[in-house]
Design a protein around this ligand. Structure first.
Ligand SMILES: [Zn+2]
Length: 414
């Protein structure tokens, strides 16, 4: 019976330090000065302990492609085009190596759960899904992986994609993806939505869509959130739908947006900004007062919307940056969304822990409480409200009650 005890953990900023005793991968006891013995004991010395971070939206299969074909114009169109050309040259080993690197980087940064969106289309076919299914098994003791069948090239535009998505589900994928803006007409975008809702319903799976990724409201293919709220309620999918990007919402006027935010909350939809990509691709053509190009996070939180955020891309044509480090993305979000108070900085941490866990449907076993899974990360910070600005390393990453990453930094300043 394997046991682990961590002492003097900062779990909340308004509470004394706590000890956490874990046995067989589960948190059994939390309290001050626990007397229980353990196979291993770690003294956190007041450092912050969070539940393992949740990377709710990432594309390991197309990570590290930036150097092969940089995005010169910096537009979404060129990103899709360049990546489409590179996909034609993929080999299984190449996709495996790049995806594995993303997983390793993420784990070292404190991520214990990940939802990956491999492309499924007429070019990559099911290679990304196959690679991630293998990695899911190989890395099962280190990270929980959910796999989305993601039609990056559209469904009506890319022959055989719907059938391949269903095949991916039968192989073991966990979530139905979508990308309705990448169709030729509004009618096709709407048909795309209906097809993915039908597929999710048929296989009783959640839906996770890339939608409304624009910095203006002129193209109706990028203004589908309202319709998706209606579909979610009509199909009884409340609490099981996630929308990534949704940057168009930042271009709506406040009154119009306010009604929509209330509707999103009512439909139980999670909004997943992808700041590194959103900020990099949007606002490109502004010559002054450049738009930030992100969904309005604070306003949605105020309306009770479940908001998480994620890395999305690591060093490719969509985003030439990325370390699979959610704290870095959190800093970008906090800065650009004016979330600077201690309370707001803690809310940013909630978005990559509890809110993202809710999005992934794992909230029942997730968190720091007796009976929850022993997936924890010890950060080299002394207050939760400092984590985003400290950008600390993860001293310990604990998965199922076992230390899987251990790292420290020695610093001398004369
Ligand atoms: Zn994405």
């Amino acid at each position: 019976m394997k046991t682990l005890l961590i002492r003097n953990a900062r779990i909340r900023d308004d509470q004394d330090l706590q000890d956490i005793w874990m046995e067989e991968g589960v948190i059994r006891k939390i309290g001050s000065g626990l007397s229980a013995g353990a196979d291993r004991e770690i003294d956190c010395k007041g450092r912050v302990v969070l539940p393992g971070l949740v990377e709710g939206h990432i594309h390991p299969d197309k990570a590290f492609l930036e150097e092969r074909k940089p995005n010169v114009s910096g537009t979404l169109e060129e990103a899709i085009k360049n990546t489409g050309e590179l996909k034609a040259e993929y080999t299984y080993e190449d996709v495996y190596a790049r995806s594995e690197k993303v997983l390793k980087w993420a784990i070292a940064k404190g991520t214990t759960v990940m939802r990956a969106h491999p492309d499924v289309d007429h070019i990559e076919k099911l290679m990304g899904v196959e690679v991630l299914l293998e990695l899911k098994e190989v890395y099962k003791d280190k990270i929980d992986l959910q796999i989305v069948v993601f039609p990056q090239e559209g469904i009506l535009k890319s022959e055989g994609t719907l059938e391949r998505m269903e095949e991916g589900i039968l192989m073991g994928a966990d979530v139905v993806g979508g990308c309705p803006y990448n169709e030729k007409t509004l009618e096709d975008s709407i048909r795309h939505l209906e097809l993915v809702f039908d597929l999710a319903k048929k296989h009783e799976l959640p839906l996770d869509l890339h939608v409304d990724f624009a910095d203006h409201t002129e193209d109706p293919r990028y203004l589908l959130t309202d319709r998706i709220c209606d579909l979610t309620i009509e199909r009884g999918m409340q609490g099981r739908v996630t929308l990534g990007h949704v940057t168009t919402l930042g271009s709506l006027d406040l009154e119009e947006a306010s009604l929509l935010f209330a509707k999103i909350a009512h439909a139980g939809i999670t909004i997943m900004p992808l700041p590194a990509t959103d900020v990099y691709l949007n606002g490109r053509n502004d010559e002054k007062n450049v738009r930030r190009g992100m969904a309005p996070v604070r306003q949605m939180l105020e309306h009770g919307v479940n908001v998480a955020f994620a890395s999305n891309n690591i060093r490719n044509a969509f985003t030439p940056f990325g370390n699979a480090n959610l704290l870095l993305i959190g800093y970008l979000l906090a800065e650009t969304q004016f979330m600077g108070s201690a309370e707001q900085q803690r809310a940013v941490l909630d978005m990559i822990t509890y809110n993202a866990a809710k999005c992934l449907g794992i909230e029942e076993t997730y968190g720091i409480a007796e009976g929850k899974k022993a997936d924890l990360v010890v950060f080299d910070s002394l207050k939760l409200s400092d984590v985003i600005q400290d950008q600390p390393i993860a001293n310990y990453v604990i998965k199922a009650g076992r230390v899987i990453v251990e790292q420290s930094m020695n610093r001398t300043v004369e």
